[in-house]
Design a protein around this ligand. Structure first.
Ligand SMILES: Cc1cc2nc3c(=O)[nH]c(=O)nc-3n(C[C@H](O)[C@H](O)[C@H](O)COP(=O)(O)OP(=O)(O)OC[C@H]3O[C@@H](n4cnc5c(N)ncnc54)[C@H](O)[C@@H]3O)c2cc1C
Length: 288
């Protein structure tokens, strides 16, 4: 089933992922750099179930960081903890995370921990705080505006000096713990983002939502927050013109570059969050 789905979605996936190899991801990072964007590289993969796979994924991230450094590209990677052992053993995951963050520290880089489903939110927040306490520092984490717990998580993480990537949240969560209406999620996002922008810690505002971005640009201007005190972030292949115009107005814009063979779960999230994508796929299948 997975293989069939992969082959059906492959043509569609090309818009959203750099390719399956590191060379392709580096080429995209290099092109985006010349266009004035910052970047972060994600080696796709999640929910790994063996320690050796988690080890390999960790080694891969260190190779990626070195390759980025050699080419003078942003040493910034995005990592899913479930790819480096979170589902197997928290200690294994911690050791792997520390290896990646220490490698990033040596080359003046940064590791962003992606946020995953709510079954692991606490474990992910705990891992990042543990790393911060152990002074394994160039690490931050994504938080999801849709989760009702996020204001508290944001406070705790800021207390530990951890930079946050605020996003709406790409996982389907139950009503008792998450806002499900888009108006509620947008309201939460705006209010959280404003708190982040005035927190004194460097954060990322990750959304393609033009109205939200404009509201936050206006807020930053009114509060006299310098454009170098935070960044906007977008995913590769989504709202490219908007990303360019934001960067051209002098704001920092980082593009998230996913690559690798394990792209199916990532693609399914991109399809689920936008019904036009589902229609595009369906049309493609019948018009081939
Ligand atoms: C840099 C970055 C990192 C992220 N990291 C995480 C993470 O760690 N954990 C997590 O749960 N989620 C993550 N997300 C995903 C996020 O949670 C949302 O699911 C996703 O960004 C869609 O929400 P939106 O804010 O862009 O607003 P939406 O209201 O969904 O979209 C606004 C507009 O953007 C465009 N758009 C949005 N999504 C798509 C799409 N899939 N295809 C085509 N057009 C689209 C459309 O024009 C749409 O009208 C990340 C998002 C970004 C930008």
């Amino acid at each position: 089933m997975g293989t069939l789905l992969s082959s059906l979605l492959a043509p569609f996936a090309r818009r959203f992922i750099a390719g399956t190899t590191l060379a392709e991801a580096l080429a995209v990072a290099s092109r985006l750099k010349t266009q004035g964007f910052a970047t972060t590289v994600d080696h796709l993969g999640e929910n790994v179930t063996s320690a050796s796979e988690a080890q390999r994924a960790t080694d891969q991230y260190i190779i990626i960081l070195k390759a980025l450094k050699e080419r003078n590209l942003d040493r910034n990677v995005s990592v899913k903890l479930s790819q480096i052992g979170l589902m197997i053993d928290p200690d294994l995951c911690a050791a792997n995370l520390d290896r990646i963050v220490s490698a990033a520290a040596e080359m003046n880089g940064f590791v962003r921990v992606d946020m995953e489903g709510s079954n692991v939110t606490q474990a992910i927040v705990d891992q990042v705080i543990r790393a911060k306490k152990a002074r394994i520092t160039p690490v931050g984490v994504a938080l999801q505006a849709m989760l009702k717990r996020t204001p508290e998580d944001a406070l705790t993480l800021i207390e530990h000096g951890a930079g946050i990537r605020l996003c709406k949240g790409a996982y389907k969560e139950p009503r008792d713990i998450a806002y499900r209406e888009m108006t509620e999620v947008r309201r939460e996002f705006a209010s959280l983002a404003k708190r982040l922008l005035t927190s004194g810690v460097y954060h990322g505002i990750a959304t393609h939502d033009k109205a939200l971005i404009e509201e936050l640009e206006a807020f930053a201007k009114a509060q006299k927050i310098n454009p170098d005190r935070f960044e906007f972030q977008m995913l590769l292949g989504i709202r490219r013109k908007l990303a360019s115009s934001i960067a051209a107005s002098g704001w920092r814009m980082r593009i998230y570059i996913p690559f690798g063979r394990a792209w199916l779960p990532y693609m399914l999230r991109r399809i689920r969050e936008r019904k036009e994508n589902a229609w595009f796929v369906v049309k493609h299948l019948f018009v081939r």
